[in-house]
Design a protein around this ligand. Structure first.
Ligand SMILES: *[C@@H]1O[C@H](CO)[C@@H](O)[C@H](O)[C@H]1NC(C)=O
Ligand SMILES: *[C@@H]1O[C@H](CO)[C@@H](O)[C@H](O)[C@H]1NC(C)=O
Ligand SMILES: *[C@@H]1O[C@H](CO)[C@@H](O)[C@H](O)[C@H]1NC(C)=O
Ligand SMILES: *[C@@H]1O[C@H](CO)[C@@H](O)[C@H](O)[C@H]1NC(C)=O
Length: 776
């Protein structure tokens, strides 16, 4: 709590002065400033009846009409004030300042200036970092979390502590295990990332009244595109030119953004710092106007990273003058600048004839339309849907319970020798708890966090079930020196040992890529030495985002279980104890591959290619393409139960009817184009009978993969779908997959076209495989 209060205080100091009647007077002796108690909103016709005559203030008028009315009343200078995140006010029209930058990656965050915590709302529910939530493979969980976050965001907005526009989620594909921002993402698979993104966005944006034109809060999918290098051996994101093939772009990096816009109906996309094939993404008319707005039909605004407009001028020297920079960005399709480059130089660009005022109009129209959908121009928010939410709707028992549930659902059991987990809460009289992450608090919430409601550290969680002795072993995760004596003494005396090791945001974070994949510093020494003297089961708990080379632990007979817990959020310690003591049967699966250290020694992080290159020995990336050894791989994860799989419906053949003029009628085709009509709605079902043959109730996470014929450099295997089924011991359930032939089974060819490969596809369903012949 101490650190929570400090952070709240720091936030209070940096915020502007407003009146506040909720905070007791004595606080003002310590806080020079505090947040206002009502949200900012335009069209306050009650205090300013003159505003009622403006069409843009009339909630009954059509939205497009209202936006046009507003834009036409503004001077060029005023409009330019709405191109930047700290948007200007226009008092003659009753429009207050608005701060666009808020974040809500896994809970309402105070990273952006639009949101702060004060005594009024000292914290918000802090869910697991996204990489762990993704490991649950539970789409309804993704949406449920988004819904809680948007409720807390609205509650904070209503007391003037938060904005309405949130720059989350992060949907960049994890290409390399060293990337520092893995924690923020749903992992390496485009299908999982797409499903995560669209579900989380729905949770944030969808209103309970079903009004699709309006938004609860606005989400933003970032960082568009092919962005996944932060700072590695002298290469950084501000200078990096990602050299990406059209095939990799279209089948790996773009799908989550496409799904976010089309399936998630997101209100915003953020362009990244890096260049893609020599062009800064925020200056690329093909990527912005062409794809996001043209092909995908974004209903919302395109925003720059902070401040990627300045970066492509000052750091990348892509443009010669700041005015040319402003013009390039807006003409490419950028609507809002996080930063102030457009605020400073757009006027000059128009004056110099580099940009017409109509282009500025287009940009602010997209921004105002978004605020319009949020009710910003509808007058007093307390009279609107969600106007009744307030501080008591933040950190509710139910919300905090969902944070614990999300961590439980994500935790992955990677190894479990006979007789190890779960530990018996009555049988284990003493538990040694060892390691630099045993008392983790801030480490559990990772980056883009807020102030949590409270923390339950792993040590606190475990101590709630049994007597514990604790020895850190190392001062922190860097573990430059190791203190073995106390740790070994504790382990030797206890019935079981839990070692809680791993990384933190200080080792893998934003602007911080790793160079090694091994446990940091002396942690491996600590683990092996402690394990060697333990008499009971030894449970290795790895708290990290990226994978670690723990081959030594996988191979060790002394280390009887391995759990990966991601960064498990504010209730992480309770969830870890729930799994260790068997109150919860794990069902999480790895959303990324774990590579050996040799991968980091050999492969340059700057190589964007997903596909292997036999000529150079380059092994490719992710389970879809990588051909080398792994420590663990995408989809790995065990349960305390065993599940028996039996196919009950699985067609061996599908025929795609061809249109008469299709070229494959006359030639020997290896694949067909999916654009043709006959491909639409062609689907088949795969049904799997799952029986829980274990002794505990458990949940089986079932994957459906396909290994297509090898044409067009196809992936060796790709995910078509996933389903979960919860079963009591000795009971059976049916898992049903519907496979859309052209959508799910297709792949991207060398030039970015979608194709269905003809011939034998190996379909992997749970633990089974069978062959499917796709023909014309
Ligand atoms: C998925 O998550 C939701 C929300 O927590 C939960 O109600 C549901 O039981 C979960 N599904 C499975 C199969 O675990
Ligand atoms: C500005 O508009 C005029 C008239 O439509 C057009 O000819 C010109 O190319 C535009 N200039 C820029 C920089 O877009
Ligand atoms: C990475 O591993 C090498 C070799 O084991 C070691 O010398 C180096 O200090 C490590 N670097 C970091 C940052 O841990
Ligand atoms: C494990 O402990 C035994 C003594 O109990 C010792 O002989 C051996 O060297 C230790 N092994 C390691 C790897 O520390």
């Amino acid at each position: 709590m101490a650190s929570a209060q400090n952070r709240a205080k720091k936030q209070g100091k940096s915020s502007p002065v407003f009146l506040c009647f909720h905070i007791p007077i004595f606080i003002s002796l310590h806080f020079s400033t505090f947040a206002q108690s009502t949200p900012v909103f335009a069209c306050d016709v009650k205090s300013n009846p003159g505003l009622a005559k403006y069409t843009f203030c009339n909630p009954k008028a059509a939205a497009a009409h209202r936006v046009a009315d507003l834009v036409k009343r503004l001077t060029l200078e005023e409009k330019i004030g709405f191109l930047v995140n700290s948007a200007g006010s226009v008092s003659r029209l009753g429009i207050p300042k608005y701060e666009w930058w808020s974040e809500a990656l896994h809970g309402v965050s105070n990273v952006g200036p639009g949101t702060k915590f004060t005594n009024l709302v000292p914290g918000a529910t802090s869910f697991p970092q996204v990489i762990l939530t993704a490991a649950s493979f539970n789409v309804s969980l993704f949406e449920a979390i988004g819904k809680v976050v948007s409720t807390e965001a609205r509650a904070m907005y209503n007391v003037g502590l938060a904005g309405l526009t949130y720059w989350s989620p992060n949907l960049n594909i994890v290409r390399d295990p060293r990337w520092g921002r893995i924690q923020e993402t749903p992992g390496e698979d485009p299908v999982l990332t797409s499903k995560y993104g669209s579900a989380y966005v729905r949770g944030l944006q969808q209103r309970d009244d079903g009004d699709k034109d309006r938004l609860k809060v606005a989400a933003c999918c970032k960082h568009y595109t092919a962005y996944d290098l932060d700072n590695w051996k002298g290469f950084d994101r501000y200078h990096f030119n990602a050299v990406v093939t059209q095939q990799d772009l279209d089948d790996t990096f773009q799908p989550p953004f496409k799904s976010c816009v089309i399936d998630g109906n997101v209100a915003s996309v953020m362009c990244s710092y890096n260049q893609v094939n020599g062009i800064p993404t925020c200056a690329d008319p093909k990527l912005l106007s062409g794809v996001i707005r043209g092909e995908w039909k974004l209903n919302g605004y395109i925003v720059s990273d902070c401040d990627s407009v300045d970066v492509f001028y000052n750091t990348q020297h892509y443009t010669k003058t700041p005015e040319e920079t402003a013009a390039k960005a807006i003409l490419a399709g950028l609507d809002l600048n996080c930063g102030n480059s457009l605020g400073k130089y757009t006027g000059g660009a128009v004056k110099a004839g580099l940009l017409n005022e109509s282009a500025v109009d287009n940009a602010v129209t997209n921004n105002f339309a978004t605020l319009m959908r949020l009710g910003f121009f509808d007058g007093d928010p307390s009279k609107q849907l969600y106007g009744n939410l307030g501080p008591s709707d933040v950190c509710t028992t139910a919300h905090q319970e969902l944070a614990r549930e999300a961590a439980r659902q994500g935790i992955v059991l990677l190894k479990n020798s006979e007789g190890s987990l779960p530990l018996s809460p009555t049988g284990i009289k003493s538990l040694a708890v060892i390691g630099p992450n045993a008392k983790a608090t801030t480490t559990m919430i990772g980056n883009y966090a807020g102030v949590p409601c409270k923390y339950t550290s792993p040590l606190q969680g475990l101590t709630a079930s049994t007597a514990t002795t604790y020895a850190p072993g190392c001062a922190d995760v860097f573990c430059t020196t190791v203190q073995l004596d106390d740790a070994k003494k504790a382990a030797a005396a206890a019935d079981a040992t839990v070692l809680i090791v791993g990384t933190s945001d200080a080792i893998e974070g934003e602007s911080r890529d790793r160079v090694n994949l091994t446990l940091p510093g002396q942690q491996q020494l600590l683990v092996t030495q402690v394990a060697n003297v333990s008499k009971g089961p030894v449970i290795l708990v790895i708290m990290s985002a990226g994978g670690l080379d723990v081959q030594f632990a996988k191979d060790s007979s002394k280390i009887t279980s391995i759990l990966w817990v991601g960064y498990p959020g504010e209730a992480g310690g309770a969830a870890i104890a729930d799994v260790i003591f068997g109150y919860y049967n794990p069902s999480g699966r790895l959303p990324i591959s774990w590579y050996p250290q040799s991968y980091a020694d050999k492969i340059p992080m700057t190589n964007m290619n997903m596909r292997p290159d036999p000529a150079t020995g380059y092994p490719g990336r992710t389970y879809r393409f990588y051909t080398g050894p792994t420590v663990y791989t995408f989809g790995d994860g065990l349960s305390y139960s065993t599940f028996y799989h039996q196919l009950s419906q699985a067609p061996n053949q599908v025929s795609i009817p061809l249109e008469e003029d299709h070229v494959c009628h006359s030639s020997n085709c290896k694949s067909i184009d999916v654009v043709q009509q006959s491909c639409a709605n062609l689907a088949f079902d795969v049904h799997l009978r799952v029986k829980n043959t274990g002794k505990m109730r458990g949940t089986d996470t079932v994957f459906l993969f396909s290994s297509p014929p090898s044409v067009h450099n196809s992936p060796q295997k790709h995910l078509l779908g996933f389903e979960k089924v919860s079963l009591d011991p000795q009971t059976e359930g049916l898992v049903r997959f519907k496979v859309d032939v052209c959508k799910d089974l297709s792949l991207v060819d060398e030039v970015g076209g979608r194709k269905v490969a003809l011939g034998q596809h190996v379909i992997h369903v749970g633990s089974l495989k069978y062959s499917l012949n796709v023909r014309i």
